[in-house]
Every structure is written in structure tokens, then in C-alpha cells.
Design a protein around this ligand. Structure first.
Ligand code: HEM
Ligand SMILES: *[C@@H]1O[C@H](CO)[C@@H](O)[C@H](O)[C@H]1NC(C)=O
Ligand SMILES: *[C@@H]1O[C@H](CO)[C@@H](O)[C@H](O)[C@H]1NC(C)=O
Length: 328
């Protein structure tokens, strides 16, 4: 009888090793430190490429942050946004103004030299989004990695991306469809603390909103002339305006103060204040007395990790692309 104990122990150890091996082989989503042994310099390489790109063109930071969002919401975080071709996601209207593709390509080139065939384009996007936040004054977070690159990229699939004129009910539904809750919606919309929007996406609010022959009444009357000067009626729709008035280059929580002051630029942003459910979260990010406070810098990272796990491919699904713009 005594003999069976060591045997059982041995069996248990073998079982654990086998289970670990199977888990690794099949893949179980993402984890922090995924490239620790296979490509130890992966994160450093992406960070340095993003740093130098943002230093020479600050608009790259918001570009990369938005690109990750648009990747994750369409077929999961699988770099499908990066594929070139006549009817790929990139060609769809909601993606027409994305910026920073060249930064992802530059990082991939360096990574292929350092560790060929190891680091996915989807993971580069996840890291570049985080590094863009850090580079503009935000707080970093550990990025779980191990995503694999997708094999499908179709323009038509971008229809589920939230639109600039979506009411809150639709925004919430689009986030819920991806496993994200209302707090995630308000936290992640805080990405609009960075970057700009083209006049063409909001100037309809300034002159003849909803066929009223007047501006959207929810815009601060003191802010309205600023927007009208930047986007004259019938003017150049490609002119870009800060989404976070007064602090467009800095990752901070002033976006929420702007929402409270009715200085949201997009209709979808203004709606987050106008709706009582989302307004409650905006107030919590602002630390309004009597409400349980939420720290933007902390919650943003947590929600980014959740967004970064949408429909992730791992194990033997998908592939590791050789170049980010094309399937192998
Ligand atoms: C309801 C959800 C959202 C809607 C309707 C929305 C819509 C938009 C629109 C219309 C623009 C202007 C694009 C342009 O003119 O170039 C924009 C810009 C931006 N969005 Fe969102 N967005 C949403 C959520 C998010 C999320 C979740 C993120 C990232 C986590 C994000 C990051 C950005 C950034 C950084 C910019 C500035 C881009 C630049 O300057 O190039 N957005 N968004
Ligand atoms: C637009 O106008 C219609 C009809 O007057 C009204 O029911 C609707 O609430 C308005 N929408 C907005 C966003 O103000
Ligand atoms: C922010 O708003 C103020 C007041 O309307 C305006 O004077 C200023 O030019 C705006 N700043 C930017 C960067 O849009």
C-alpha cells in the first residue's frame, strides 16, 4: 500500500505537466509577459518606436489609441484593421481617418529582425495603444499578450462600430454586444481626452441641428462661437478640432469636465452627459461629492484590458503575420 503514494504523486506531477502543456498548446486567451522568453525585447521595441513617432508627430498617439478600439470592435483584437485590399476594414468609412499605420509597420519590421515570426500585429496594436497613453501623460497598465492575427478583414463588418451620432442607448448596446458595460463605455470614451475630430463629423450640430434652423441647444452658448469659427457653415470639413477643448494633447480627465460644461464636440460625447445613466459615471470620474469616486487613470487601464480581450484568437487560431498589412 505504501508503495502507491509515490506512484500517485508521480502520476499527479505528470498530469499537471500534461495539463500545463495542453493549456499552453491550445492557448487560454492573453497573459502578461507572454513574450518573456520568446522575444524578451518585444515591449521595449514597441515602446521605443511609439516614443520616437509621437515625438515627431503628436497626432500619432490618438491615432494609435483609436486604431486599437476600431480593431477590437470588428472581429476582435486581431489586427484585421491593418489588412490592405480593395474591401478590407481599412477601406470602410468609419476607418477612413485612422492615423499611425506606419508606426505599427515600423515596429513590426524591428520585431521581425529581433524575433522573426513571434510577435503578432494584434499585440503590437495593444502595446502601441498603451504606450501612446503613457507618452501623453497617462498612467500605464500591464498589457496581457498572446493574441494571434486574424485571417478575415471585411469592410462590411465595420457597421457595428459606434457612430458619432449614436444615442446613448445604441452606444450601450454596441458595447454590451462586446461584453463591455456602461462604465467601460464612459471610461473608454475618455480616450477623447486626446486627439481631434474633423468638422464634417459634428458641424451639423452648429447651424441647422435636427432641422431646427439653430444649433444643438445642448452646446454651451459660450463654446458655440469657438466651434463655429473653427468650422464655418459650408466650410472645409477636413479641418480638425480638439475633442477635449483646452487639453487635446494631454491624457487627463478634463474631457469629463468638458462634458459637464456642455463642451463635448461629438454628439455621442455630449449624449454621455445628457443621459442620466452615463452622466452618473461622468460625475464619478469627476469626483463629485456624495458619489463613489472613480479614478480615470486606473479605470481606463482596466477597461482597456477588457476591451483588449474581445474575441481574441490564441493557440492555433489565426497566425503570426510576417507583415501587418497582409495575411501570410
Ligand atoms: C461610443 C463610442 C465612440 C464613438 C461614437 C467615437 C467616435 C469618434 C469620432 C467620430 C472621432 C473623430 C474621428 C476623426 O474625425 O478623425 C473619434 C476620435 C477619436 N476616438 Fe473615438 N469614439 C468612441 C469611442 C472611442 C474609444 C473606446 C476609443 C479608444 C479607447 C476612442 C479613441 C478615439 C481617439 C483617440 C480619437 C482621436 C483620433 C485622432 O485624433 O486621430 N474612441 N472618435
Ligand atoms: C429632433 O427632432 C424631433 C422632432 O422635433 C424630436 O422628437 C427629437 O427628440 C429631436 N432629436 C434631438 C436629438 O434633439
Ligand atoms: C477652447 O475653448 C475656448 C473658449 O471657447 C476657445 O477660446 C479656445 O480657442 C478653445 N481651444 C481649442 C484648442 O479649441
Amino acid at each position: 500500500m505504501m508503495q502507491t503514494f509515490p506512484n500517485n504523486k508521480g502520476l499527479i506531477i505528470i498530469f499537471i505537466l500534461l495539463a500545463t502543456f495542453i493549456t499552453l498548446a491550445i492557448g487560454q486567451g492573453t497573459r502578461v509577459g507572454f513574450y518573456q522568453t520568446s522575444c524578451p525585447r518585444a515591449e521595449t521595441i514597441v515602446r521605443s518606436v511609439v516614443q520616437s513617432a509621437v515625438n515627431s508627430n503628436a497626432a500619432v498617439a490618438p491615432g494609435l489609441l483609436r486604431m486599437f478600439f476600431h480593431d477590437c470592435f470588428v472581429n476582435g483584437c486581431d489586427a484585421s484593421i491593418l489588412i490592405d485590399g480593395s474591401s478590407s476594414e481599412k477601406t470602410a468609412a468609419p476607418n477612413s481617418l485612422l492615423r499611425g499605420f506606419e508606426v505599427i509597420d515600423a515596429a513590426k519590421t524591428q520585431l521581425e529582425t529581433a524575433c522573426p515570426g513571434v510577435v503578432s500585429c494584434a499585440d503590437i496594436l495593444a502595446l502601441a495603444a498603451r504606450d501612446s497613453v503613457v507618452q501623453t501623460g497617462g498612467t500605464g497598465w500591464s498589457v496581457p499578450l498572446g493574441r494571434r492575427d486574424g485571417l478575415v478583414s471585411r469592410a462590411a463588418d465595420t457597421a457595428n462600430l459606434p457612430a458619432f451620432n449614436d444615442p446613448v442607448s445604441v452606444q450601450i448596446r454596441k458595447f454590451t454586444d462586446k461584453g463591455l458595460n456602461t462604465q467601460d463605455l464612459v471610461a473608454l470614451s475618455g480616450a477623447h481626452t486626446l486627439g481631434t475630430a474633423a468638422c464634417t463629423l459634428f458641424s451639423y450640430r452648429l447651424y441647422n441641428f435636427n432641422s431646427t434652423n439653430g444649433p444643438d441647444p445642448s452646446i454651451d452658448p459660450a463654446f458655440l462661437p469657438t466651434l463655429q469659427n473653427l468650422c464655418p457653415n459650408g466650410g472645409d470639413g477636413t479641418v480638425r478640432v480638439d475633442l477635449d477643448n483646452g487639453s487635446g494633447g494631454r491624457f487627463d480627465n478634463s474631457y469629463y469636465a468638458n462634458l459637464r460644461n456642455r463642451r463635448g464636440v461629438l454628439e455621442s460625447d455630449a449624449a454621455l452627459w445628457n443621459d442620466p445613466t452615463t452622466q452618473r459615471f461622468v460625475q464619478r470620474f469627476l469626483g463629485v461629492r456624495g458619489l463613489l469616486g472613480l479614478t480615470f487613470n486606473v479605470e481606463f487601464g482596466r477597461s482597456m484590458v477588457r476591451m483588449g480581450n474581445i474575441e481574441v484568437k490564441s493557440g492555433t487560431q489565426g497566425e503570426i503575420r510576417r507583415v501587418c498589412t497582409a495575411i501570410n
